[in-house]
Design a protein around this ligand. Structure first.
Ligand SMILES: Cc1cc2nc3c(=O)[nH]c(=O)nc-3n(C[C@H](O)[C@H](O)[C@H](O)COP(=O)(O)OP(=O)(O)OC[C@H]3O[C@@H](n4cnc5c(N)ncnc54)[C@H](O)[C@@H]3O)c2cc1C
Length: 438
């Protein structure tokens, strides 16, 4: 048990987002005094520019590594049982599909689940034919899934993402956790002792200073822009769009599993208003600029997110319209003529090996980095903050500390994806200049 939870002051930068809100929640649950926890974010929780502020996200146990498997199983348990989270998990099942040369790696993924010794053979099923896939998702069109194989996972489903973060926000507010937004919440730089080695707080863009024993930087895609991370994170945007079904149309899709294919993208059952979200799959888009993060000696080329909250008329590249339409044509061809809206660029930050970067800054004692989500951390909302608190208290498990350590080098532009990200400068169609007031 950490000796001084009651007296330790913690500032969580990005507390309106996924990892930050989870961290603040676990500080509270671990017995930190609410008035000693300060959440800083540009926007109120759930932050309008957080990657987690979304209609829905996929939940599933994929177990790409032992560490991932442990975290995913822990998260699954909390999504199912934790009073705060269970309302937001819709366990509709999940279909992971592939065809042609991708089938071998899907089969390998299935085998890993079965061999993990966690009983996953009981909730995962290999589907070897179109008939077997259609039996799980009758809404799919047989002509569009010729030659497909799939893993059906009964454990999986979707998460009402923004609502879940909102619930954390309500719990934090009710407990009296301090939160600052706008200029008073936007991180500018860490504050240090006179020798510059120990962090003692954070300053925000309006000049406010928040003194603390620990500062956690959970700035998502903005993290490498705010503080020099030695090029360990490259921020990239992915896209989605919405369309609306009539009540009658939506009824047929109620309870459909999430369907994912890495060549196509994914979709979810409609929400209570008949809205379907469709994502394509791509290596993402960067937005390189000359920029000097705090701690860098000089400006450098770095991918700087362009917030859709600050630029609400931005959409996505013309090329994404084609790939989103292709996903709709594959999964939902009867809705090919539906009007799309909420075409959005949503920002995450990739590490080279797709594991998060969650560690103390090597030169700044008490400054904790909690980022590098690599586009798959929302499902860990219930538990990731628990491990950030462990790190803060010096008891993070060795395997997590090893996976999440400070580790410069590697190709963040490609990461573990099929190809390097393209830059938005080369992708016409997304930029529409109108700046929202905060
Ligand atoms: C289209 C899309 C689909 C996805 N689908 C899935 C999925 O199905 N399943 C899944 O598990 N994951 C999914 N993800 C990934 C998931 O959303 C992210 O991994 C996760 O939300 C990242 O959390 P984060 O806390 O690192 O960043 P965020 O949630 O983005 O939080 C960062 C916070 O930092 C704040 N901030 C920025 N600048 C400052 C500043 N100067 N001062 C203070 N605060 C600041 C922001 O306002 C924000 O609140 C998806 C992502 C995208 C884009």
């Amino acid at each position: 048990m950490y000796a001084s939870r009651k007296n330790t002051r913690v500032v969580v930068v990005g507390g309106g987002g996924t990892i930050g809100s989870s961290t603040a929640l676990h500080l509270l649950r671990s017995g930190y005094t609410p008035s000693n926890i300060t959440i800083l974010d540009t926007y109120p929780i759930p932050s309008a520019q957080s990657a987690g502020n979304d209609l829905n996200k996929i939940m599933g146990v994929r177990g790409r590594s032992k560490v991932d498997m442990k975290l995913e199983l822990e998260a699954l348990d909390m999504w199912l049982k934790d009073e705060l989270f269970k309302l937001y998990f819709h366990q509709t099942g999940r279909l992971d599909c592939a065809s042609s040369n991708r089938v071998a790696s899907l089969r390998q993924q299935y085998q890993q689940l079965v061999d993990a010794g966690k009983g996953l053979e009981n909730s995962n099923e290999w589907l070897d034919s179109e008939d077997a896939i259609l039996a799980k998702a009758p809404v799919l069109d047989r002509n569009r899934i010729q030659g497909w194989k799939a893993i059906y996972s009964r454990d999986g489903g979707w998460l009402a993402a923004a609502k879940a973060i909102n619930a954390i926000g309500a719990a934090l507010e009710a407990a009296g956790v301090r939160s600052r937004v706008s200029g008073a919440g936007s991180f500018k730089r860490p504050l240090f002792t006179s020798d510059g080695t120990m962090c003692v707080g954070a300053e925000t863009v309006d000049g406010s200073k928040y003194y603390a024993d620990r500062v956690v930087l959970a700035g998502g895609a903005w993290s490498p822009v705010l503080v020099d991370l030695d090029d360990q994170c490259c921020s990239k945007a992915w896209v989605y769009a919405h369309f609306r079904l009539t009540a009658q149309e939506a009824a047929a899709y109620k309870g459909s599993p999430v369907v994912y294919n890495s060549d196509v993208g994914f979709f979810f059952e409609p929400d209570e208003n008949g809205v379907i979200k469709v994502c394509d799959e791509s290596p993402g888009f960067t937005h390189f600029k000359e920029h000097q993060p705090y701690g860098a000696n000089a400006p450098k080329r770095i991918s700087v997110p362009r917030s859709h909250a600050k630029h609400p008329t931005d959409t996505y590249p013309d090329a994404s319209e084609k790939s989103i339409r292709r996903a709709i044509d594959t999964y939902l061809p009867r809705f090919n003529d539906k009007e799309l809206y909420n075409r959005t660029l949503c920002w995450c930050t990739d590490t080279a090996d797709a594991a998060p970067l969650i560690c103390e800054h090597p030169r700044w004692k008490n400054f904790i980095i909690a980022t590098g989500d690599s586009g798959h951390c929302f499902k860990l909302l219930p538990n990731i903050g628990k491990h950030v608190v462990e790190l803060l208290e010096g008891n993070l498990a060795d395997n997590l500390a090893q996976a999440w350590r400070w580790r410069p080098g590697g190709d963040t532009l490609k990461s573990t994806r099929g190809a390097p990200a393209k830059d938005l400068a080369d992708m016409p169609g997304w930029k529409h200049e109108s700046v929202a007031k905060m």
